[in-house]
Design a protein around this ligand. Sequence first.
Ligand code: AMP
Length: 417
Amino acid sequence: MKLKNKPRGTVDIFPPRSSIYQKIQQISSYVLKKNNYQLVIFPTYEFTELFTSSLGSTSDVVNKEMFTFFDRKGRSLTLRPEGTASTARLICQNKLVNSNNPLKLYYWGSMFRYERPQKGRYREFYQLGVELINASGIIADFEILRIAKDLLETFAIKDFTFQLNYLGSEKTRERYKKELKSFFSNKTDELCSDCQKRYQTNILRILDCSYCFGNFAFPSYQKSWDNEDNGYIEKLNQILDSDNFPYTYNYKLVRGLDYYTGLVFEVKLMDKNAILGGGRYDELIGKIGDKSLAAAGFAIGIDRLVNYLLDNFINNSTSIDIFFLALTEQAFPLIFTLQKKLKKYNYVSDYNLTIKKIKNPFKVLDYYLPRLTIIIGEEELKSDKILIKDCQKKKDFFVDSKKLIKWIDQYLTKSLD
Ligand code: AMP
């Protein structure tokens, strides 16, 4: 049977690309753990109601992009389109907050949105999400920005600027919506058909429309800020400036989902797609559970991050540290002993599984691209002197087999300096 291709918008991730996902996961877990953030794992699907009631029934995610299905008992389930709502549910149902102290969590996993696929936009994509729960105030907002910046820097990304906006209090948000309403009152027929509906149901969502966004000089959010909002911005700017934090304000940034309340932010690299986005969501947890808790967080789009790293500075090739080239079957016991000894080091090693009677046994190295090749043939076994080839510097060494592991470690460490 010839299988159909995989579903549109899904991706197969395999080496060498998959090793970058793995590295990002390892590095980010390390950075987050050092900052006292802990991992949560929630289900791939939830009751649909969790998302419809928290992300906003008029948001594009809920309206057009959810993968919703019915189970055998007719219950409506949805593949998670994002992680904040699930984290909020997990916290409430497992009663994770029972003090006044903040809860610092992160998650990693694939999310599902029925979007039009293109480079950097998939129907199943990976996110790393960070959530700071039970924490209000300006330092908590700065903490979440600082962690996001820390992660980008750890991935060696330098040229980025955070775009910020401040949605303010309920009153400020209402003021801005009113402003938008009057701005569009005599232009509704110029809006796309979706936005004509949004004008009636949730006017803020017009700012998320890729078609209408470029067509109008939207009113700036800044004009809706009151004294309190301006006081917050001033203070936040002071903290950001004293930290040399890279930021700018985008007074039209509202970020697609209904649950955002105060600070919102996004980072774009090179193209128009954001690599990371987040903000404060003080009302979400109260809607899901019986306790209202202030919170803020962000999610990084891992596929976009990997695309950026590959386009910019990661050499997209697999190479290993050590390749043991057995020229005779009698070499295998020695190779296994050497690999056992290598276990306590951090090197990637491999070896040939069969002895091929080919003219050039070194051809195999073009496939593995090792930094060092350890050649073990009859001569080497007899003399106990092992031939080592530095494949990059094209140098040969003969080393006593008993001293081999120490020699390899010293050599590889030195050549990294
Ligand atoms: P959001 O959950 O919409 O706030 O998105 C957070 C981040 O996830 C974005 O900045 C993107 O990097 C990434 N992202 C969102 N949607 C997609 C998608 N369809 N494909 C790939 N990455 C996405």
